[in-house]
Design a protein around this ligand. Structure first.
Ligand code: ACM
Ligand code: ZN
Length: 566
């Protein structure tokens, strides 16, 4: 009624004021949301291992709660591929991104598809302002693409800072690993680590795009895996009465005088194997033979040449003890053990050790000497080769292949075994020339239990050696090989022997960041001369945030910081 009486000009002015008000309000809202809760990052290069090709654009993709994963492929493993990324995003934006299935790419989404033309671990990642496309050879490739995308997130997001929107850089990456075997060995024989700690170690491997966890499960110093048919292996063999905590020139000068023990039940093993598989990591179990087996002999003395008086070893040394190669009961035992092992581990390979086996017991053992005679062997070195080949047959009968340390070449090695070269690269080169598959893990580049600084007094006690990170990084696994021979090199592995590492804190301090250098050698090798230590060092300055957010200890020498955890 009253309005009807308003003059039309006045009415026009009032309406236009209201419109201006609304425009102003929208404008202010836009500015507010753009400045307030959007996180972006200035520098986007910290990807380790270095991708094959990476081109940075000018624009940005805004990731928010409304962003979805859009699966264009129905592979069920894809859910594992996105899970890790989603967990990180959830901390920042408060929710995991939804997953939808679609038969065509959707704008404002992370579109995920598979391309069978790509190798299984290869991926393409393209981030544009209106959508993200990830294409993997398989779900593994997608997993690695998301490991890379995680490294493109702003550090504050990785640190868990709350945000409504997260900026990702416009980028195009084409990537695949050079070596198909990218592994790390953890020795749990010297020190046992709980299942939760093993899972964390697996996560650490996954963030470095490593794909093999070589689990060193048996030793002179402890047998760490439940074998149902032989309960003494864990009842007796998993416990040693004391451990040396100081050594000088390989001799103990002090012990801790407290028992150390622990083992994994078969249920725990199955759970860990599944956990690793969800992160696209294969676990290769190692059951040591014929040497490094004192814990087994202490559990079942009939397995040794002496037949009695064994105890789980307490000193880090190469002992005289070994499984008796003359008795059939030894091979029956190993057959039974491997029956349970292959049931637990789906891996195509089983590691059978083979290193540092002294021959003194075999020299004195009538049964071993009879075996040498009966089998027309020349000596105890050939007896070791006989032993390894018999175990290889056992595993072949169960559909598996063997890996052994480079000593398995001695006495006429098997042509079908994979050789893990640890006493330098020479064993690997010799094996590749013979046509054996090879994994390069030379102590000169890959032993992460060696000191990483010259000032050893500041470092945790180590077994010895000196291997700074730039030396690890300089490793060329194909040096000295022809192109044909290079084809036999399956990959690279870091080894972590835990002689004085009784906590995971020390394990990580020793392993990180040197593990990143091994991972980059294994993944990015084909980048050839574009790989330089100084570039790696620059990228690691970014990558270390991933260690920080997980509260993983690491050595800081490469960052010119000098704090040891000693
Ligand atoms: C080894 O380091 N004994 C394989
Ligand atoms: Zn014997």
């Amino acid at each position: 009624m009253y309005l009807l009486e308003i003059h039309p000009l006045k009415k026009y002015i009032m309406l236009s004021i209201r419109l201006k008000y609304w425009i102003l309000l929208c404008f202010l809202l836009m500015i507010f949301s753009a400045c307030g809760e959007k996180i972006h990052r200035e520098k986007y290069y910290g990807v380790v291992p270095k991708p094959n090709v990476m081109e940075l654009g000018q624009g940005r993709f805004d990731l928010s709660r409304r962003t979805k994963f859009c699966f264009l492929d129905k592979d069920t493993l894809l859910r594992y591929s996105v899970e890790n990324f989603n967990t990180i995003i959830e901390k920042s934006i408060g929710e995991k991104l939804d997953i939808i299935i679609s038969d065509k790419p959707v704008n404002k989404s992370i579109n995920i598809s598979l391309d069978s033309e790509l190798e299984e671990e290869a991926y393409r990642l393209q981030i544009c302002s209106n959508r993200i496309d990830i294409v993997g050879g398989t779900a593994k490739g997608v997993f690695y693409a998301l490991q890379t995308m995680q490294q493109l997130l702003p550090n504050s997001v990785l640190e868990g800072e709350q945000a409504d929107r997260i900026e990702l850089p416009e980028i195009k990456i084409t990537d695949k690993p050079y070596f198909k075997y990218r592994g790390a060995m953890l020795d749990v024989g010297r020190y046992y680590f709980k299942p939760e700690e093993i899972k964390q170690f697996i996560d650490v491997l996954a963030m470095h795009k490593m794909n093999v966890f070589h689990w060193h499960l048996t030793e002179d110093y402890g047998w760490r895996i439940e074998i149902k048919k032989y309960p003494n292996l864990t009842k007796v063999g998993s416990i040693r009465e004391k451990s040396p905590y100081r050594m000088e020139r390989g001799k103990p000068i002090q012990f801790d005088n407290k028992p150390h023990g622990g083992f994994y039940t078969q249920e725990e093993i199955r759970d860990i194997v599944k956990y690793a598989a969800e992160r696209f990591i294969t676990i290769i179990p190692e059951i040591e033979l014929p040497g490094h087996a004192t814990a087994a002999l202490a559990s079942y003395p009939y397995l040794g040449c002496k037949g009695k008086d064994y105890k789980v070893e307490t000193i880090w040394r190469v002992t005289d003890e070994a499984f008796c190669a003359g008795r059939e009961s030894t091979f029956k035992f190993l057959d039974d053990v491997f029956t349970e092992i292959v049931d637990l581990f789906p891996s195509k390979y089983v590691h059978i050790g083979g290193d540092e086996c002294r021959k003194v017991r075999w020299e004195a053992c009538p049964m071993c000497q009879k075996r040498i005679k009966d089998e027309h062997l020349k000596d105890e070195i050939e007896l070791q080769s006989y032993f390894v080949k018999r175990v290889e047959k056992i595993l072949q009968s169960k559909g598996r292949k063997i890996i052994g340390w480079d000593e398995i070449l001695e006495g006429g090695g098997s042509s079908t075994a994979t050789v893990m070269s640890w006493r330098g690269v020479e064993g690997g080169i010799e094996a590749a020339k013979k046509g054996n598959r090879v994994i390069m893990a030379p102590s000169s580049y890959c032993y992460l239990d060696f000191y990483q600084s010259k000032d050893m007094s500041k470092e945790p006690l180590s077994i010895g050696g000196y291997l700074p990170i730039d030396s690890v990084y300089s490793f060329d696994p194909l040096k000295g090989l022809t192109t044909k021979e290079s084809n036999y090199i399956e990959g690279v592995q870091a080894n972590i022997w835990t002689a004085f590492m009784d906590t995971t804190e020390i394990v990580y301090y020793m392993a990180l960041p040197r593990l990143a250098a091994v991972a980059e050698v294994a993944w990015s090798y084909q980048n050839g001369e574009t790989l330089t230590y100084s570039d790696f060092k620059d990228r690691m300055a970014d990558f270390r945030v991933l260690y920080d957010i997980r509260e993983l200890p690491y050595a800081k020498y490469m960052f010119e910081e000098n704090d040891s955890i000693k």
